[in-house]
Design a binder for this molecule. Structure first.
Ligand SMILES: [Fe+2]
Length: 576
């Protein structure tokens, strides 16, 4: 989704409207990761600068395993990270106590130059449902001590656990105090739903509609020093070097394991399977090569339990279980999707026949089959479907009594979200309904808005109503069958889309007139702290204006509302 507090051109028209691991000594090899013992070029380099400026991370936990990550980059803002073009080695250790008096495993892992000197250690043989401490050493330097944990044993019921939910952290438009806030929430786990980095370079005043953000005196700007978008692997590595050097993000990673999925900005705004979003500053490059570079840098810079890209695709859809209490299905709604309706790369538009093309796909056939099978097999109490864009129907035309008078033929839809992929959404709804999935909860990022929806079996179809006014009337009176819930976190730092400009006028009315929208907060950035028990999920919405200087009252994270979902009761039970 376009990161800008400007109104996209198309909405201006309508919207006047308003609107490894080469782990030696411990574990299995991760595919694609060179052995630490093999390369002849390896060397133990002594450096004077701290090579661990990107911190550490742990991810994709299993009952007896977790991926430990770091990346050597003494100069994170240099294209080569300040590293020589030779393979390196890094020592690691994991202990049951913070003082490392009881080290349970240790080893030497490869940090190959071909992996941007990243390290992925797949530690095996750990105890289920247990906390650990880990650290890395290289060249006389040692990392911070970080915490991680394993998931409960397969089938084990746990009385409670807590996970964080975050997305959309544009460096240029704010600070990361919501990451710092999550770091203090005693999380067992956290998930990132995409836009972990933005590809944007500097704001270009000559092309104010192309990427970046709008300058505002109240905004605490953070610059992208090189001022242009990444298109190749060294440039994407450098973009991660900048983002990952942030102390608040490092602090969060040091507290608990996470799982991440990408959205568009890990490569290019609003990209689809075959093409770039077309609105960036660096579009005259071979998009397939650019996408492969973005995917490769993503793998290098995350603690992922998946192989790196083969140069074309990279499979990130996967599953994480929390005993018998919860299953997380992580989806990729970006890499395999059809182009947006009408080949539009605008975020928003009116009714478009392309929305209903039965041949369009959000997940691609292979992943669609996979998720159907996972839903059929899921026996967990809570099934979390973690994915990128808003799943529930949101028609901005619902804010107005007579949308047609504003030029909204059948409303105002977000083409880049599931509203633009009507048939694909219908197929996933059917898979959830026919498999009688227990307590399905969709977890969403992208929209830069704090939202909760009742998930319905069916939404008002604009083709069934002759006029926009008829459709609006139908939306307001809609009584669909609830089959689950959707929780959408705000952005960590990206501009709140409904927070300014004329689109702000459409937001409150849309929420008020959409019966399945249970909660919405449109003005602030946000993250969610989800507390899961066998009886309920309580989603605490933590909000702040993160584009202000950090020491202001507005910049301090606080709880807005807590959305409660009860076992066996689809939809939002209470907003308190
Ligand atoms: Fe975003």
């Amino acid at each position: 989704m376009t990161e800008s507090s400007q109104i996209p051109r198309r909405s201006l028209l309508i919207g006047a409207a308003a609107a490894s691991a080469a782990v030696v000594g411990a574990g299995a090899l991760t595919p694609g990761v060179a052995s630490a013992t093999a390369p002849a070029t390896k060397s133990r380099r002594r450096s004077t600068e701290d090579p661990f400026q990107l911190g550490v991370a742990s991810g994709d936990p299993l009952p007896e395993s977790v991926i430990l990550w770091t990346r050597l980059a003494p100069k994170p803002l240099d294209l080569d990270g300040g590293m020589p073009p030779t393979d390196q080695e890094v020592e690691w250790e994991i202990a049951t106590d913070e003082a490392f008096s009881n080290v349970v495993q240790s080893g030497i892992a490869a940090a190959p130059a071909s992996h941007g000197h990243s390290v992925h250690v797949d530690v095996q043989g750990l105890t289920p449902d247990s906390w650990y401490f880990y650290r890395f050493k290289h060249g006389g330097h040692i990392t911070e001590t970080a915490r991680t944990r394993t998931t409960p044993a397969l089938g084990a019921a746990v009385s409670a656990f807590t996970f964080g939910q975050a997305s959309c952290a544009n460096w240029q438009s704010g600070h990361y105090q919501l990451y710092a806030d999550l770091a203090q929430q005693e999380l067992d786990y956290w998930i990132h739903l995409g836009d972990y980095i933005y590809e944007y370079g500097a704001y270009d005043p000559k092309r104010p509609d192309k990427g970046g953000y709008v300058r505002d005196d109240k905004v605490a700007h953070r610059e992208i020093p090189w001022g242009k978008e990444p298109v190749n692997l060294p440039q994407y590595r450098r973009q991660y070097g900048l983002y990952r050097s942030d102390p608040d993000l490092r602090a969060l990673h040091a507290q608990a394991p996470y799982s991440a999925i990408w959205d568009d900005h890990e490569v290019d705004n609003n990209f689809t399977r075959r093409k770039s979003g077309g609105d960036g500053q660096q579009d005259r490059v071979d998009f397939r090569r650019r996408r492969a570079a973005g995917f490769r840098a993503y793998w290098e810079n995350h603690a992922l339990r998946v192989p790196p890209t083969d140069g074309r695709r990279m499979r990130i859809f996967r599953r994480v279980d929390w005993g018998s209490t919860a299953t997380f299905l992580f989806l990729d709604g970006r890499q395999y999707r059809s182009d947006q309706p009408g080949s539009s790369t605008s975020d928003f538009g009116g009714w478009d026949e392309g929305m209903f093309n039965p041949d369009t796909t959000m997940l691609g056939p292979v992943q669609e089959n996979w998720v159907s099978q996972q839903l059929a097999d899921s026996a967990a109490k809570w099934t979390f479907i973690a994915q990128q864009t808003v799943f529930s129907d949101v028609n901005g035309g619902a804010a107005f009594d007579n949308p047609a008078a504003l030029g909204l033929s059948k409303g105002l839809y977000n083409y880049d979200a599931w509203d633009g992929y009507w048939a694909a959404r219908g197929r996933l709804i059917e898979a959830i309904a026919t498999n009688q999935v227990r307590n399905p909860i969709i977890l969403t990022g992208d929209f830069h808005t704090n939202l909760a929806f009742d998930l319905l079996s069916e939404y008002p179809d604009p083709r069934d109503y002759p006029t926009a006014a008829d459709l609006t009337t139908a939306i307001k009176a809609w009584e669909g069958t609830k089959i689950g819930t959707e929780l959408c976190c705000g952005a960590v730092s990206s501009p709140t889309f409904f927070g300014s400009g004329i689109v702000a006028a459409a937001g409150p009315g849309t929420l008020r007139n959409t019966p399945w929208a249970a909660y919405g907060e449109l003005q602030n950035n946000g993250v969610i702290v989800n507390r899961v028990t066998s009886e309920s999920v309580e989603a605490e919405y933590r909000i702040a204006k993160t584009n202000y200087k950090r020491n202001t009252a507005e910049g301090r994270p606080r709880t807005d509302k807590t959305v409660v979902i009860e076992d066996g009761v689809p939809g939002v039970a209470e907003v308190k």
